[in-house]
Ligand binder design. Structure first.
Ligand SMILES: Nc1nc2c(c(=O)[nH]1)N[C@H]1C(S)=C(S)[C@@H](COP(=O)(O)OP(=O)(O)OC[C@H]3O[C@@H](n4cnc5c(=O)[nH]c(N)nc54)[C@H](O)[C@@H]3O)O[C@H]1N2
Ligand SMILES: Nc1nc2c(c(=O)[nH]1)N[C@H]1C(S)=C(S)[C@@H](COP(=O)(O)OP(=O)(O)OC[C@H]3O[C@@H](n4cnc5c(=O)[nH]c(N)nc54)[C@H](O)[C@@H]3O)O[C@H]1N2
Ligand code: SF4
Ligand SMILES: [Mo]
Length: 694
């Protein structure tokens, strides 16, 4: 691969005095609920430091370890700096530098030829490599809408929980995160905030110091679980049963807020009937925990107020994830926890931005005209790349343009994903900062800028501020922002609508409604006017303002067991008796940062945590190599025999680049492509395996 050192500083002679440092407003681009405001220190055209913007309250004066090292990522010697074309077999990573002109001409020629037959044979593939509204779907959306390409259903992370919140509250809305600091009881449910939302963790610690009790509900004994007062280590995918038993106890303890329910909840009686069938003993059996622990949690939730739930997406990556989120989201409605600003629930705050984001103005779905191209679910990309043309499916996928995502590493059942991307007849373009597993499968790789090099506007899913990211330095090498790449491609395709002329400044000014762009520019962020206790008097964003129990077409939520479990697939469970979850490693962000050596050194090797008894039964020793397998494939991981894993569950921490793993594969070799009950999301944590010493 053709790489070269990044640009030298713009001022040249050794004897010239360095120019003064300046500070630039930035926003963390990563898929993380904290959406920190950055302060980038720049001198002589070079970014020296990336720090927390001390003025931004929600950033709490500090960034996480990963983004504190963002300059290491930006100036990484392996940054992609030039367009390249593939010269070896797909997946081998052999590339040769070409000019932008050749790259764009090659892409446009191929896309035109395919589009002349059927534009739906072309597929965009993107997710949240950057959460920015511009470098996300702004110009890309215009491009693919104008082209009439297949549409992508972006389900890979949050769609089960998102659909569940929609079905219950009418949108992805919840508590304001800062008020967790005032809660007296916090349930950290399906979330490991020390890893994945460290600023929330700071608030939970403040509450703890002020006397709050913290519970963690997680199969894994995480760092966060260690620091909570109580840990309920349930089996993966059994949260719905736990929530029903909690309701059972709230009813038995007469802890319901009948006034709140009468005024703000529709359909409680049907739910009550269902909950009364879930004694703590019944749930304890399903969850694999002591009934006494469920009773204790219920007692706390019934009596300690204000009580807040920090739910996170970890618990919805199973077949019944949507139903489980619906059930948990009802808990604070039954106790009236919403009456207090430090009570209620937060899974996502992104719905607060629904009327602020000008997505249609940026992405221009109107460019589709009358066309309604098929929709492909990003979570089944493996099987869909391998499908032939068929009625009900449409044409075989002939071209994929990947940006802001690394599907070969992150999508489920990677053997199929890699086989799909390895198709010789598939034309693949990857816009990337680094030579990822996916970029290895590209025909053309286009170098993309990092957050320090481009303009962007950010909303958040963990707080309620909007942020601006100003470019701090010039693009390195020949890298370009995604927006510019799609503008250039649009021109090559002959798309002459004026919207393809909009520059990034114009896009940024149109990204938000009701927010003064000059205010945003002056300070770097703007707070949305959301009430402190938004649902104290009901007023949920449903048609009648009331919480929904019996959702149209979905019915009353219920416990839905995993696809793969002793109960649902006993024969499979005999062969593969261990449930595997694959939550994030602390120093990576999904598959981002795996190639930053200082962070990878902290993580060491891809590990599998296994409980002492499960290890002993298999002759597995701490530090030994293990083979982890099921009918979909196998991988080698380093065993960590540890009580971080509960009996019967192994934890394969993710998401390693395949090529940086121990055997050129990662945990997604073992996951499957079956979808969640709501939202058509992936069920990464609904996965049976067996482990052997290797
Ligand atoms: N450092 C770091 N931070 C990240 C990320 C990262 O990769 N690294 N990823 C970012 C992204 S994309 C997202 S979506 C968020 C994710 O944020 P979270 O959803 O908070 O993700 P995790 O930290 O993985 O926490 C999920 C926890 O759920 C547990 N879990 C697994 N299965 C179940 C279950 O069935 N029930 C229950 N109750 N718990 C279960 C796991 O053991 C894990 O500890 O974090 C973001 N922040
Ligand atoms: N087994 C298992 N699999 C999982 C998960 C899990 O917990 N377990 N988590 C799932 C979740 S929650 C998520 S969100 C997905 C995440 O999956 P992805 O959204 O694919 O996230 P990343 O792996 O971080 O890959 C993002 C890529 O975008 C690139 N990028 C960043 N900024 C830019 C830019 O401005 N321009 C361009 N062109 N590229 C850019 C980065 O270099 C990086 O390679 O993975 C999912 N996969
Ligand atoms: S990854 Fe999260 S915690 Fe780290 S800087 Fe970004 S927003 Fe903040
Ligand atoms: Mo995610």
């Amino acid at each position: 691969m053709d790489v070269q050192a990044p640009n030298p500083p713009s001022s040249d002679p050794a004897d010239a005095a360095p120019s003064p440092v300046k500070h630039v407003h930035g926003a963390c681009p990563h898929d993380c609920p904290d959406t920190c405001a950055l302060r980038v220190t720049v001198q002589d055209g070079r970014a020296l430091r990336v720090q927390a913007d001390p003025e931004h309250e929600r950033t709490l004066g500090a960034l996480c370890t990963k983004v504190s090292r963002y300059t290491e990522r930006t100036y990484h010697p392996e940054r992609l700096l030039y367009p390249m074309k593939r010269v070896g077999p797909k997946g081998s990573g052999q590339f040769q530098r070409i000019s932008w002109g050749e790259a764009l001409d090659t892409i446009a020629a191929r896309l035109k030829e395919i589009a002349a037959r059927d534009p739906e044979a072309i597929l965009p593939y993107s997710y949240a490599g950057t959460m920015g509204l511009l470098q996300g779907e702004a110009m890309a959306g215009r491009f693919f809408h104008r082209l009439g390409a297949s549409r992508l259903d972006r389900t890979i992370c949050a769609s089960a929980g998102g659909a569940a919140l929609g079905a219950t509250y009418g949108g992805k809305v919840g508590m304001k995160v800062q008020f967790f600091a005032e809660s007296r009881l916090i349930l950290i449910w399906g979330s490991n905030p020390i890893t994945s939302s460290v600023h929330f963790w700071t608030l939970a610690q403040q509450a703890k110091r002020a006397g709050a009790k913290l519970w963690c509900i997680d199969p894994r004994r995480t760092d966060s679980a260690d620091k909570c007062h109580r840990h309920l280590a349930l089996r993966p995918g059994t949260d719905g049963a736990l929530a029903l038993a909690l309701m059972h106890e709230l009813i038995r303890l007469e802890a319901l807020d009948h006034d709140y329910i009468a005024r703000h909840v529709n359909g409680f009686n049907q739910l009550k009937e269902r909950a009364l069938a879930w004694t703590p003993e019944r749930a304890a059996e399903v969850c694999g925990v002591e009934a006494g622990l469920i009773r204790e949690l219920a007692q706390d939730y019934a009596t300690v107020k204000p009580a807040a739930i920090r739910l996170n997406y970890g618990m919805q990556r199973v077949r019944g994830g949507g139903n489980a989120v619906r059930l948990i989201a009802l808990l604070p409605c039954l106790t009236g926890a919403w009456r207090h600003r430090a009570g209620g629930l937060l899974l996502s705050a992104s719905g607060w931005f629904a009327n602020v984001r000008n997505d249609a103005g940026l992405q221009r779905p109107d460019l589709l005209g009358e066309r309604r191209p098929r929709v492909i679910n990003m979570s089944t990309i493996g099987q869909d790349l391998l499908r032939e043309a068929a009625p009900g499916f449409g044409p075989r996928v002939e071209a994929v343009l990947v940006y802001n995502s690394n599907p070969v590493a992150v999508a489920p059942q990677s053997a199929q994903v890699a086989a799909g991307f390895a198709r010789e007849d598939l034309f693949t373009v990857v816009l990337e900062q680094f030579q990822t597993d996916t970029a290895d499968h590209a025909d053309i790789v286009l170098p993309a800028t990092t957050q320090l090099e481009h303009l962007d506007v950010h909303t958040s899913y963990g707080h309620t501020d909007v942020l601006l990211n100003e470019p701090a330095i010039a693009p390195l090498g020949e890298a370009k922002p995604n927006t510019e790449i799609f503008r250039l491609l649009a021109a090559r395709m002959g798309f002459d609508e004026p919207c393809f002329q909009d520059d990034d400044e114009t896009l940024a000014r149109h990204a938000l409604k009701g927010v003064d762009f000059d205010d945003l520019r002056a300070r770097g962020w703007v707070r949305l006017p959301i009430p402190d206790a938004p649902f104290a008097e009901g007023g949920f964003p449903t048609p009648d303002g009331k919480v929904i129990v019996d959702a149209p077409g979905l019915g009353v939520p219920d416990f839905v067991p995993n696809y793969e479990s002793t109960e649902t697939t006993p024969e499979l469970a005999r062969r593969y008796p261990l449930a595997m979850i694959s939550p994030p490693a602390r120093h990576f962000l999904n598959s981002t940062f795996v190639n930053v050596k200082s962070l990878r050194d902290i993580e060491g090797e891809p590990v599998l945590e296994i409980a002492p008894d499960d290890a002993m039964a298999r002759g597995v020793v701490d530090g030994g190599l293990v083979r982890v397998f099921n009918d979909r494939g196998e991988i080698r991981l380093r065993a960590r025999v540890s009580t971080r894993a509960r009996p019967g569950v192994v934890n394969g921490l993710g998401i390693w680049w395949r090529k940086l793993g121990l055997d050129g594969r990662n945990v997604n070799e073992l996951t499957h492509q079956r979808l969640t009950d709501l939202g058509q999301g992936p069920s990464f944590y609904d996965c049976l395996v067996e482990v052997q010493a290797a």
